[in-house]
Design a protein around this ligand. Structure first.
Ligand code: HEM
Length: 442
């Protein structure tokens, strides 16, 4: 007996998903954000609307993934929380993260990266990433080197902000990129803005995925530059750990590095957003400072500040669309999902579900310190075997940055969105338009 295929959304519902959910995310820039599009999304509240669209379609199809009605492409969306968990738990087989559009986008700058690799080579590349990033350890073995780098750069940033009286996003980003270059390549790369510019250029191409030809010469130059960095790696950098790590056949170390440079961007965004929320939420700021003032771990273990970053990423996930593709037909209770079918887990739908989460639209880091949401797909770093292998490193670096920022300074929002603890937080947070006022801690 042949299994029925999964239910399919109507043509109007498919159009609503394409125009109201996928399009805004794509226009905002999946690989590097376009600040004007983020601003527009914030003004039109597009992310809240997108969640509303998914919710109304889920109400019509409560059980099982839903196929979209598309002429050429097989594409499904996952609507039930348990199905989202299943897809992530059963990755990379039969749900590979190396989906066609992700391969097209990331090939612009890291064609052999683990995230777009299938089959046995993925195992080799994933093992290398996990080893270098210390995936299973909350405190990276180079924390003694990374934490002071973060503190130094944040204190320099603050000194400039106090002099000028304010801290706009662009200044924060400059300092953040210095942190990233020092962590990834070492102190010699601190001011190598050309390197960052090269990644940014290739990432901008990545936003266009299939629609833009790969700049093979620039990509070759970029990867050659990384190979050179790995060959002369500075002790105390991630590059040095990578250079010394045992590697299986086909590991392609140089192709694993761009993901670090690229993915530290959302970490900076999450930090600045969390700082902006703390500036407007006195109770959360007080809790953050209690932790920082009483810290005896040298800023390596800051559970509340780590939770504040996770909460910033829950409210405003930097990877809102987790994409998978089936490597073979997959049987669900409601029917068969064909092979080569794109599968979308739209994280904001789960992250902002006030029917299931306490304070879904408020800043509540405490949720990450208890088991209250266990089993619910709060997945800013994805989950399962493909979970972001840099998660712990990100939490270490970002919480250390927040600690350095709030320990001795007060912040107030001078420009940007109103974030009121008494009101639901907006669906989109436009970090680009934020300017914080800075003064010594009162
Ligand atoms: C706030 C910052 C970050 C967030 C929210 C984040 C989130 C994610 C997510 C959601 C995925 C899975 C994508 C998918 O399933 O399709 C992923 C994969 C990955 N991330 Fe991160 N990431 C961050 C920063 C980093 C950093 C800084 C590094 C490295 C230093 C890193 C390394 C990786 C790698 C290597 C993968 C591919 C894993 C695989 O394919 O098995 N990430 N990240």
């Amino acid at each position: 007996m042949t299994s029925p295929t999964l239910p399919t959304a109507s043509a109007p519902d498919t159009a609503r998903l394409l125009l109201g959910v996928l399009l805004p995310t794509i226009v905002k820039g999946p690989i590097i954000r376009r600040p004007w599009a983020v601003g527009l999304a914030a003004r039109l509240d597009l992310d809240t609307r997108a969640v509303g669209i998914v919710r109304s379609i889920h109400a019509k199809h409560p059980a099982g993934p839903l196929m979209l009605k598309l002429p050429i492409r097989r594409q499904a969306i996952v609507l039930a929380p348990e199905d989202a968990n299943t897809v992530l738990a059963r990755s990379p087989e039969p749900f590979t993260p190396a989906s066609s559009e992700k391969r097209a986008a990331l090939s612009h700058f890291q064609p052999a990266n683990v995230l777009i690799t299938r089959g046995p080579l993925r195992t080799v590349r994933r093992a290398l990433q996990e080893q270098v990033l210390d995936t299973d350890h909350p405190v990276h073995h180079l924390a003694d080197r990374f934490v002071p780098v973060v503190e130094e750069e944040m204190l320099e940033l603050l000194a400039g902000a106090v002099r000028s009286g304010s801290l706009p996003w662009d200044d924060f980003l400059d300092a953040w990129y210095r942190v990233v270059r020092r962590v990834v390549f070492g102190d010699h790369a601190r001011d190598d803005k050309d390197l960052t510019a090269m990644v940014i250029r290739l990432r901008k191409d990545g936003n266009w995925a299939f629609l833009k030809p790969v700049r093979t010469k620039t990509r070759r130059r970029f990867l050659a530059r990384i190979t050179e960095e790995l060959a002369n790696a500075e002790p105390g950098s991630l590059a040095a750990v990578m250079a010394a790590a045992p590697k299986g056949d086909g590991a392609e170390p140089a192709d694993q590095v761009p993901q670090w440079l690229f993915a530290f961007d959302p970490a900076g965004m999450a930090t600045f957003r969390a700082l902006t929320v703390l500036a407007t939420h006195p109770e959360a700021m007080a809790a953050a400072r209690r932790e920082v003032d009483g810290d005896t771990s040298g800023r390596r273990v800051l559970p509340y500040l780590r939770a504040a970053i996770l909460e910033s990423l829950r409210l405003w996930p930097t990877t809102p669309m987790i994409l998978r593709q089936t490597t073979q037909p997959v049987q669900w209770e409601r029917g068969l999902m064909p092979a080569d079918c794109g599968v979308l887990v739209y994280a904001p739908y789960f992250h902002r579900d006030e029917r299931s989460l306490r304070s879904a639209h408020s800043f509540s880091p405490e949720r990450w310190l208890t088991e209250e949401d266990d089993g619910w797909p709060l997945v800013p770093f994805s989950d399962g075997p493909v979970v972001c292998p840099g998660k712990q490193l990100v939490l270490l670096v970002t919480s250390a940055a927040l600690a350095a920022l709030v320990a001795g300074h007060d912040f107030r929002v001078e420009e940007g969105q109103a974030l009121d603890p008494e009101r639901p937080l907006p669906g989109t947070m436009d970090n680009y338009s934020v300017r914080l006022g800075v003064s010594g801690r009162s």
